[in-house]
Design a protein around this ligand. Structure first.
Ligand code: CP
Length: 284
């Protein structure tokens, strides 16, 4: 049984094969998952992750049990997380779990009789976002994930997409990381060998191939406001790309959206492409 709990569950071969199939298929519908059922079990809000799993499943001919707000489920009556997972594993072929606690997906995997896909656990990991983010970089840098200068900015302490992406990119040769945040929101991971930490984005803008912007996670107690200016973004190298896992609050001005370096809406589109293939692999 294939659980996707962490980026560590995604081998390079698995990713290359998934991305290759996603590139060929480009989100087109088929009936590969006809008769299969997915549960979306979300203990935290989501727009992209829950909807793109829904869209991926239905475009492959399968169905979804959408528990997108556990306050309207028996969790509100006091049902435990483990009992909820065991219940849903009795009526579905896989469960996508988002939860505010680190390690929740691992707990789910221990009690589930079907594959668990971690859709974000606390401030720990968000491996399926990293499948999409890796695919975006792979696509726009001629199928390479090495020799890149990657600048990550925002709430690095709580950004689970950042942690998963750094784990992935740190596997490849000669990647250099710039971590940009206020001191109280700095990365809560061991830093990769080639890293630089600063609170001033202007120091590293021109030394950036991939700018990965994240929002401040107020729901995890982070307090800070920042936004990049159009002028700062326009000073990035012409060959760079700008990514954001979204939701965006006010980190990137909407005027930048039409710049060809802005790839955040591509990331959202790739969510469907990649999750279709991921669901086929997990439910086969
Ligand atoms: N990127 C992402 O996880 O977005 P949602 O919170 O809307 O699912």
């Amino acid at each position: 049984m294939l659980h996707i709990l962490s980026v560590n569950d995604l081998t390079d071969d698995f990713l290359y094969s998934l991305w290759s199939d996603a590139s060929k298929r480009k989100g087109k519908s088929n009936n590969s998952l006809k008769g299969k059922v997915l549960t979306n079990l979300f203990y935290e809000p989501s727009t992209r992750t829950s909807s793109s799993f829904y869209s991926a499943m239905s475009s492959c001919g399968g169905s979804v049990i959408p528990i997108n707000n556990v306050q309207f489920s028996s969790v509100a009556k006091g049902e435990s997380f483990e009992d909820t997972v065991m219940t849903m594993s009795a009526m579905s072929n896989a469960i996508v779990v988002r939860h505010p606690d680190n390690g929740a997906a691992d707990i789910a995997a221990k009690v589930s009789s079907v594959p668990i896909i971690n859709a974000g656990d606390g401030n720990s990991e968000h491996p399926t976002q990293t499948i999409i983010d890796g695919f975006t970089i792979y696509n726009f840098f001629n199928k390479k994930l090495s020799n890149l200068r990657v600048t990550l900015v925002g709430d690095l302490k709580n950004g689970r997409t950042v942690k998963s992406l750094v784990k992935l990119l740190n596997r490849f040769d000669n990647n250099h990381f710039n971590f940009v945040s206020p001191k109280n929101l700095s990365l809560s991971l061991d830093l990769p060998k080639s890293s630089y930490e600063t609170s001033d984005i202007n120091e590293v803008l021109k030394e950036t191939d991939v700018l990965y912007v994240t929002r401040v996670q107020k729901e995890r107690g982070s307090v800070h406001d920042y936004s990049l200016t159009l002028k700062q973004l326009e000073s990035l190298p012409e060959s760079s790309i700008v990514m954001h896992p979204f939701p965006r609050v006010n980190e990137i001005p909407v005027e930048f959206d039409k710049d060809r370096r802005a790839k955040y809406f591509e990331q959202i589109r790739y969510g469907l492409w990649c999750r279709q293939i991921l669901l086929e692999r997990v439910m086969k």
